[in-house]
Design a protein around this ligand. Structure first.
Ligand SMILES: [Zn+2]
Length: 401
């Protein structure tokens, strides 16, 4: 990652980098002012503190270093950042890989043009909620910290395109992440996640989702259903994950070493588990009734909740793009359920009916083109259908390969 960041400069900037590596911090900072350098390389300098001169202002009140756009400070000893950092008014990229940061100041969100922040390999246990006020942050890299959670305010960063939080301690992702409407790449590898919020299905620009090495029990059923942008979903090494949504069958899916460990019943007491043709899958807990054969003759009267959700959804013309304002009259939990059905019907007749609490479920394996399908442990696909009719159509029509 750092190679990419630092190779982004031109030949002349790499010469500056070499210069900086050999020079003292004082010389670099003096030279930077004299030549109005846009890039400052202060990597590997053993700096115990952020150089305060970078935060100083001239007599006219302007920042002394307002020309600095990219600041690289890999492998120093920084424990905090000064509040004056917001005076770096030209700063677009701040690279603080491998320091000792245990917190970030609220003033970071006042750096007016900050587009890229990399604080990988630090000791962060929390991310301040003020991060949501960063006006133009596009890239946020938080790899290898000790984060237990992300603040819901992260959903306020409407400019965010890349969010990398691998190797932390997250057990939940905030549902508000679905508000990061420009997100293209999300990496939450090696955390402690059991589920991913279904609000992720709202991210129409999401191209790559990586959630390897977690404890996922299922993934959002509608993932990949309504957007062509999503290309790759990597969920390898989720030992309890038994099946991925049918909608992903045309995508690049990594699912090695999934379904290798049994799930204790106590771990999924709120969820139904279905078995079809020797395969099994755990369903999201919102599904209360699951039918897996037409012979079972389990004809249920739809619950009041299912009827209500379907009705409100159709009356409001809800879909994942519907704004919250249309739903403001509903309690938040109900509004979220209306807005984000568990799945659309997967029948190939274009049915597309919304499914909230009742589903006809089919499990299947098809010969995928990806290499992982040849693995002994390759996992199945789970399809949700809205009715017996759609279920029969789905089973009758062969999947084109
Ligand atoms: Zn249907």
């Amino acid at each position: 990652m750092e190679e990419n960041n630092q190779a982004s400069g031109t030949r002349s900037t790499s010469m500056i980098q070499e210069d900086h590596e050999a020079s003292s911090v004082e010389d670099i900072l003096k030279e930077a002012i004299k030549n109005r350098h846009q890039i400052l390389y202060l990597n590997y300098k053993c700096l115990p503190e952020f150089p305060m001169v970078l935060c100083s202002v001239k007599e006219d009140g302007q920042s002394l270093y307002d020309h600095v756009e990219r600041l690289y400070m890999k492998r120093n000893l920084l424990e905090t950042l000064p509040s004056g950092i917001s005076r770096l008014c030209g700063l677009k990229e701040l690279y603080l890989h491998s320091n000792n940061l245990s917190s970030l100041p609220d003033e970071l969100s006042a750096v007016p043009h900050l587009e890229s922040l990399d604080v990988s390999e630090n000791c962060l246990q929390n991310l301040p909620s003020s991060i949501g006020r960063c006006p133009c942050l596009q890239k946020l890299i938080l790899s290898n910290n000790q984060l237990n959670q992300l603040p819901p305010e992260i959903g306020n960063i409407k400019t965010l395109e890349t969010l990398i939080v691998n190797d932390n301690h997250l057990s939940l992702l905030p549902t508000e992440i679905g508000n990061c409407v420009k997100l293209k790449s999300l990496n939450v590898d090696r955390n402690r996640l059991r589920r991913l919020p279904r609000q992720l299905t709202r991210l129409v620009y999401l191209e790559e989702l990586s959630a390897q090495g977690n404890k996922l029990l299922y993934i959002p059923m509608d993932l990949g259903c309504c957007t062509d942008a999503l290309r790759s979903v990597y969920v390898d090494n989720n030992p309890h994950l038994e099946a991925v949504p049918f909608n992903l069958w045309k995508k690049d899916v990594g699912a090695r070493r999934c379904g290798t460990l049994p799930i204790l019943e106590s771990e999924y007491s709120a969820s139904l588990r279905v078995n079809v043709d020797g395969m099994s899958a755990l369903l999201p807990p919102e599904i209360k009734v699951a039918m897996t054969t037409v012979d079972s003759k389990v004809y249920q009267v739809p619950s009041l909740l299912e009827i209500t959700l379907k009705y409100v959804n159709s009356v409001l013309g809800c879909n994942r793009y519907t704004s919250q304002e249309n739903l403001d009259t509903l309690p938040k939990d109900l509004a979220e359920r209306v807005r984000f059905p568990i799945s659309n019907c997967s029948a190939p007749n274009g049915c597309d009916n919304k499914i909230f609490t009742i589903a006809w479920v089919h499990l299947l394996k098809i010969k995928w083109a990806q290499p992982w399908q040849e693995d002994a442990n390759s996992i199945g696909l789970v399809a949700f259908l809205c009715s017996e009719t759609c279920y029969k159509i789905f089973k009758r029509i062969p999947i084109p390969i």
